[in-house]
Ligand binder design. Structure first.
Ligand code: HEC
Length: 467
């Protein structure tokens, strides 16, 4: 019997692709599931009932999986995954996994089963609790290790357990709890889509440790108070939090109107409204908003017929700066404002677009063509789609994966899972996730600084005093 390679196992589908942004809940565990080189490991003895359970639940091709310590881990996930294959939709296997976790004295096995259940149920909500869950949950809440307790809370949330929800709310609201625990609690609560969560999220935007998660989470709810809460806190947010706030405000027309007003009044600096946000605001298809944007931001220039001439014009502008046209540290600041949320460069940055550290950056033509005309050549995996939800939220992003439960969308600032039941419409666009007009609102010197920084072989320090 052959051991299938790890790459063949369906568990992979539950993990973001290499290079994708990881959510808090997946960081740290992914590597356990995905060893870099699948090697044959010694078979360990497994309980006959466990083998039978796995053999029954796994898709046919995998039922020959030999149980090794490694594969036992994977199989727990795979067993749970089997639940959702069409042949096995009945809730039965979930009851049996719960019974398995409750009945075993082997805490490692119990942990494996819980991990598997969690992986399989990720992104799901309102699943009816399996038989015996309440009793198991009580036992797990008293487990000595935090991972078991955390998995119990996460699964409890999926099953709508009042106990799990209460514990999570307490952790989220507790300023004494560790920032990472609070963030994880908010992340899990967000999956319940419970509107009762909104006042807590709004309150948390005032607390540095959990602020970013709370701000992003607010985008999922239509609440009249959210724009004023975010706009009032805006000056205290750091640059990344400000971008999260702008993305949340640009996510639905009802939030975007107060945002545009704030830009008009100067409360939110016009320069923070980058091209990707303007494009997102336009995708809301609200006519008043579109008119306001044109007034404030100007018309978005569509791909100019004469790319070559435009590149030449920008090259002239660059060299007009002298023999050293720009300042690298200042250029890094510009990069952080308009590019780094999507691109990794040197040692930092996002993963929405490709890592550009190894790109042909010393070539000014290459840089300008890609910055000015992102739509000239677009690899398929970077085509943007817009997703409209039934509660009027519009998301723009790259679809990373989709299945019967929902889709996972990489937006400009987060990896979002949108449940299928909430989607009204998905529209593929013919444009790159990288917007046009990114540098249209920069000053000439900022453009020189940016290009100069981009052409450097390595990282430079930020100017003194930069936040
Ligand atoms: C909203 C996300 C986003 C922002 C903001 C963004 N980019 Fe991009 N960028 C992408 C994506 C996605 C691609 C790949 C698809 C394409 O080429 O259009 C890309 C491609 C590129 C490439 C070509 C990479 C290659 O593989 O050759 C360069 C160079 C680049 N971007 C530079 C920049 C610079 C400089 C900025 C800031 C002025 C910027 N980008 C801002 C998403 C973004």
């Amino acid at each position: 019997m052959d051991i299938p390679t790890v790459a063949n196992l369906p568990i992979q589908r539950f993990y973001p692709r290499k290079g994708a942004k990881l959510s808090h809940s997946t960081i740290g565990r992914r590597n356990e599931y995905l060893p870099s080189h699948p090697v044959q490991r010694p078979t360990v003895q497994t309980h006959p009932s466990e083998r039978r359970l796995a053999a029954e639940s796994l898709p046919g091709s995998l039922s020959c999986v030999k149980f090794t310590r490694l594969f036992r881990k994977l199989s727990a996930g795979a067993v749970a995954l089997g639940l959702f294959s069409s042949a096995l939709r009945a809730e039965g296997p979930l009851d049996r996994l719960t019974a398995l976790a409750a009945g075993t004295a082997d805490t490692t096995l119990r942990l494996d089963v819980l991990r598997g259940m969690e992986a399989a149920l990720r992104g799901r909500n309102g699943v009816s609790a399996p038989a015996g869950w309440t009793e198991l949950e009580t036992t797990l809440a008293a487990a000595p290790d935090e991972e078991t307790r955390r998995l119990a809370r996460n699964l409890g949330t999926v099953f709508g357990s009042p106990r799990a929800l209460e514990t999570l709310r307490t952790i989220a609201a507790n300023p004494q709890a560790a920032g990472a625990d609070r963030t994880a609690a908010v992340d899990t609560l967000l999956r319940t889509r419970d509107a009762a969560l909104v006042p807590l999220l709004q309150k948390l935007t005032a607390e540095a440790g959990v602020r970013a998660t709370a701000i992003r989470g607010l985008a999922a709810f239509d609440d009249a108070k959210t724009p004023s809460v975010l706009l009032a806190g805006f000056p205290q947010f750091n640059a990344a939090e400000q971008r999260d706030a702008l993305n949340t405000l640009a996510s639905r027309a009802a939030y975007a109107r107060p945002l545009v007003e704030a830009v008009r009044s100067g409360a939110v600096p016009k320069a923070t409204l980058t091209a990707d946000l303007v494009r997102q605001l336009r995708s809301l298809k609200d006519t008043t908003l579109a008119a306001d944007l044109t007034q404030i931001w100007g018309v978005m220039k569509e791909t100019s017929p004469d790319m070559k001439a435009e590149v030449e014009r920008m090259k002239k502008l660059y060299w007009a700066g002298g023999s050293q046209p720009g300042d690298a540290p200042r250029g890094r600041v510009v990069f952080n404002q308009v590019c780094s949320q999507c691109h990794h460069l040197f040692d930092t940055g996002g993963n929405v677009g490709p890592d550009i550290t190894g790109a042909n950056r010393a070539d000014l033509d290459y840089l300008l063509q890609n910055i000015l005309y992102p739509n000239a050549v677009i690899p398929n995996e970077y085509l943007a789609s817009t997703v409209e939800t039934k509660d009027e939220r519009v998301l723009t992003g790259v679809i990373k994966s989709q299945d019967a439960n929902g889709i996972s969308l990489q937006t400009a600032n987060e990896l979002v899972t949108v449940p299928r039941a909430e989607i009204r419409k998905i529209e593929a666009t013919a444009v790159s996730m990288m917007p046009e007009g990114l540098i249209a609102n920069l000053t000439e010197q900022q453009i020189r600084d940016l290009l100069y920084y981009l052409s450097r072989p390595g990282q430079v320090p930020l100017p003194a005093g930069t936040k």
